[in-house]
Write a protein that binds this ligand. Structure first.
Ligand code: GCO
Length: 453
């Protein structure tokens, strides 16, 4: 049984589960969906570990009703999902009402089960026809148009909306490290993309607010602590640069502050893409911030030329430490450290933990999945959350990543993050031990007193 603090019972604290469109829906053309950069990326040989794609994924596009029932059965009253931009607009950026209808059906189903939607407008599946992707300033304006369409057509049913999910991944994994779509490897490009993503966020918030004022608007980030590999001044400096890219790069503009000089310098002549007035656009007042937390990073001084442009090199976690199936260090203290660090540096609005979870590939045996690694991971992170709340951090909710095993980006289907097992041959869903523990907690704590950690 999971143990939680009294301040975290479902009557006082929001419990939810999270997914994203590309990872679960399936990407057929049905409903007029247009290709996204992730479809293109999956089609390139060697990009996805198991050479898979999002074509079927969890077939959620057809099975959403079953999935919503599952969410309800597990006892969640809140569900975080993303809307696929590529379902909402045609290649000429006109509204595609059939795509919109899918989300209306999903929202109907959620409403019938008393589940509050928590939507994200962009979780990486950028329509391919947006020429130049995030390197093109125009994409930020197209995002604002798209946000406005959603505000007009679904806004009355969405109490809380995040513009972007983890723009660090879109920018740096997509344009610098090249491991995510579109797979570019250019430092200056990644910084341009980051700037345009933040601009898109600001313009999107403005566009939404021009349509309706009562939606809580925010953004979901994945800030991280980057610890130096050794105490040497070189490694410390490298870790500082890595942290700037991860945190300052996004949080500074959101709060009207310039990028640190080190980051600006890395843009070279591309710095001219930052126009006068952009910072004011990026710094729209936020009603909330979503934080995704998984692990920490370790950085050391650069070795190769490309690392030198970046200023740091990530070091693989120590294999003697506890790692999840994907190889990430299990580092629950990082959750407290990162939130305390952010709160000390930026005037954050109320926080929601919009993702936390672990890859645990334990297989189903006789219809049961004993995902003990995940259970322990969740418990240790919930303990950190309890400490944070006790010390007064303004954290309003916790969403486990993820409801379902799903398409884990460049890892394909090789990493299972779900609390519910998905058999990708039959699409059968089977709640794992972690899901049953959460279910027990949500049911038990709604009806009785909860045990204290
Ligand atoms: C994220 C992601 C998820 C990933 C998860 C595990 O925002 O990083 O929302 O899409 O699946 O983080 O890597």
């Amino acid at each position: 049984m999971l143990k939680i603090a009294p301040s975290m019972t479902p009557d006082r604290f929001e419990w939810g589960c999270a997914t994203s469109s590309f990872q679960i829906e399936g990407t057929g053309e049905e409903g007029g969906r247009v290709p996204s950069i992730w479809d293109d990326f999956c089609a390139q040989p060697g990009r996805i570990k198991d050479a898979s794609s999002g074509l079927i994924a969890c077939d959620h596009f057809h099975r959403y009703a079953e999935d919503v029932r599952l969410i309800a059965d597990l006892g969640f009253k809140h569900y975080r999902f993303s809307i696929a931009w590529s379902r909402i607009v045609s290649t000429s950026n006109q509204l595609n009402t059939h795509g919109l209808d899918f989300y209306k059906r999903l929202l109907d189903e959620l409403e019938q089960h008393g589940i509050t939607p928590n939507a994200t407008l962009f979780h990486w599946d950028l329509p391919s026809h947006l020429e130049g992707g995030w390197l093109n300033r125009e994409t930020a304006y197209r995002f604002a148009d798209y946000a406005q369409l959603i505000a007009q057509h679904l806004g009355d049913r969405l109490p809380r909306v995040a513009t972007l999910n983890e723009p660090w991944c879109s920018a740096f994994l997509g344009y610098d490290l090249g491991v995510f779509a579109p797979g570019a490897q250019n430092r200056e490009s990644a910084l341009c993309a980051a700037h345009h993503l933040l601009l898109a966020h600001g313009l999107g918030v403005q566009a939404w607010r021009s349509e309706r004022e009562n939606t809580a608007l925010g953004i979901v980030l994945n800030p991280e602590l980057c610890d130096p590999a050794t105490p040497s001044p070189q490694d410390k400096y490298a870790a500082m640069l890595a942290e700037c890219e991860r945190n300052e790069c996004f949080l500074n503009p959101l709060f009207g502050r310039e990028w640190p000089v080190e980051l600006k310098a890395q843009m070279g002549t591309q710095i001219q893409i930052c126009k006068e007035g952009d910072l004011e656009i990026c710094a729209q007042p936020l009603d909330f911030i979503g934080l995704n937390y998984y692990t920490r990073s370790i950085a050391k001084a650069p070795e190769s030329d490309s690392d030198k442009t970046r200023g740091y090199l990530f070091v693989a976690p120590d294999p003697t430490k506890d790692l999840t199936s994907i190889g990430w260090e299990i580092y629950p203290e990082g959750l407290s450290r990162v939130i305390n660090h952010l709160n000390a540096k930026w005037p954050l609005p109320p926080i929601w933990i919009t993702e936390n979870g672990a890859a645990d590939n334990t297989p189903l045996e006789d219809g049961i999945c004993h995902d003990d690694l995940r259970c322990n991971y969740l418990q240790t992170h919930l303990d950190q959350l309890a400490n944070l709340l006790e010390k007064g951090a303004d954290i309003r909710g916790y969403y486990v990543w993820s409801l379902l095993d799903n398409f884990e980006w460049a890892q394909g289907y090789s990493q299972r993050f779900g609390i519910v097992h998905v058999d990708f041959q039959t699409q059968k869903r089977t709640p794992k031990k972690s899901a049953l523990m959460i279910q027990a907690l949500l049911h038990h704590s709604t009806n009785h007193d909860v045990s204290h950690p």
